[in-house]
Write a protein that binds this ligand. Sequence first.
Ligand code: PTJ
Length: 252
Amino acid sequence: MDKVSPRHPRAESLRTRERLVEGFKAGLVVPAGLAAHGRGEAFDYILGEQTTKHAQRAVEAAAAMLLLAKHPVISVNGNVVALVPAEIVKLAKAANAKIEVNLFHGSVRREAAIAKCLRKHGAKEVLGAGRKFSTRIKEVHSDRRKIDQRGIGAADVVLVPLEDGDRTEALKKLGKRVIAIDLNPMSRTAQAADVTIVDNIVRALPLMVKDAKRLSHGPKTRLHDVVRDFDNEANLGAMLEFMLGRLKNLSK
Ligand code: PTJ
């Protein structure tokens, strides 16, 4: 599968793209997922394909928020599972969170394929596949309105990587705290979330796992401090400043 030369200056990005194409061929990713990935790549190019210190701060706040939650849930879609299946399972274990499949382009077959892929990577339980425990949230107008009562339905904190804006706003209206991973700091999701990690999910997830493990060994007061000291609006502003600085330097 790895046709990318290790000498290529952007080998990592091309390998990531290849994973998404493989996910598409395997029936995990929808065609729109390829377009969404391209949008992410454009923002990552501006970032210099690196995790900024602002993103690292958001990662730490996100890990602390998940650890403090009573019912944390990680929502996954086709792109997420094509890119970071093992890390999703590791994060769920580290933060004691449930995993729920939630698709923008709903399909029972794809739900099952995504759940199977996660189980192959060690997930014991994957919610959101099938209808048995599903309910609908009227605030959402896409297929994403279908949620699992035992998962997102009962959650107090939901991690929504690579999400569309409607559902993030709906989850907020339902009183949930939302953590987003989105390379576009201007997206509605990025703006509506409580903690937004502006970074590529392939870099952010391993860092989240590490932080969740590290913070889980410390005192609970430390978790509260980390969450309290995090200001999402200021962090998003800093990310935009960073991008602007990169573009200014490149234009010289
Ligand atoms: O599998 P489904 O049916 O649930 O569909 C998944 C997609 C991604 C197609 C669906 O959620 C969608 O249409 O999303 P949007 O509205 O295009 O938003 C995706 C956001 O994720 C955009 O703001 C992208 O910039 C961002 N993004 C794309 N790839 C990455 C990313 N952010 C972080 N890491 C990435 N690798």
